[in-house]
Design a protein around this ligand. Sequence first.
Ligand code: ADP
Length: 247
Amino acid sequence: MDDLILETKGLSKQFKGFAAVSDVDLRVRRGTIHAVIGPNGAGKTTLFNLLTKFLPPSSGTIHFNGKDITNDNAGQIARQGIVRSFQISAVFPKLTVLENVRVALQRKAGLATQFWRSEQSLHKLDAAAMQLLEDVDLASFANASTVNLAYGRKRALEIATTLAMDPELMLLDEPTAGMGHEDIDTVTELIRKVAASRTIVMVEHNLGVVSTLSDTITVMQRGSVLAEGPYDVVSRNPQVLEAYVGV
Ligand code: ADP
């Protein structure tokens, strides 16, 4: 049997009778990179909003590690290990790179305890922040001001601040949006590295990135799942081709 970290059944969201997400059964296997793709308006963002409880579902269930989290609130879901990047982890432009990661770690600690008080714990905090910057290849930029970072590095910093939440399941919202080739390659490698020790679900438009990184792809159209499987399979599916290029 598959080891599922996340499973939705019949997940739906209506806005005044309009089905933005309709009866979605999503099955994400632990330790995989799972992409959600589909044309604009397919329901990808709404699906992410449901998974993080940014929006309440109209019907259906969400299980995380076998536990029903359908009725949990956004904070409970984050504490259990589902963290969405680029929503919760927006960086502060006036802080340095290191300070941004420190703030994220303090926020994580603040969720659980009032721990970061003593001198010793502040040392630990800095060491943990530096380790995260090393993990995303930003250690040499620790004291740079965030506002001056190149776009790809800013995204790496956002990933570091998300990692500070120690997520078991990381949701990435269009991680390469608006990037040139070089930054795309950097972020692709970074996602691969991050995925070595956690599960990733990402909404991504760049099909090159999707084909390179994903173990499984869910294709959505008009709120429903159109196809699911590895890239080779879904990319040959006639309905998927039609949805994408209208052939
Ligand atoms: P995607 O991320 O795939 O582009 P969305 O999830 O943003 O798609 O949107 C799916 C559909 O739901 C779209 O038709 C959009 O207009 C509609 N929708 C999204 N959010 C709302 C909302 N808050 N109120 C009404 N309609 C919405």
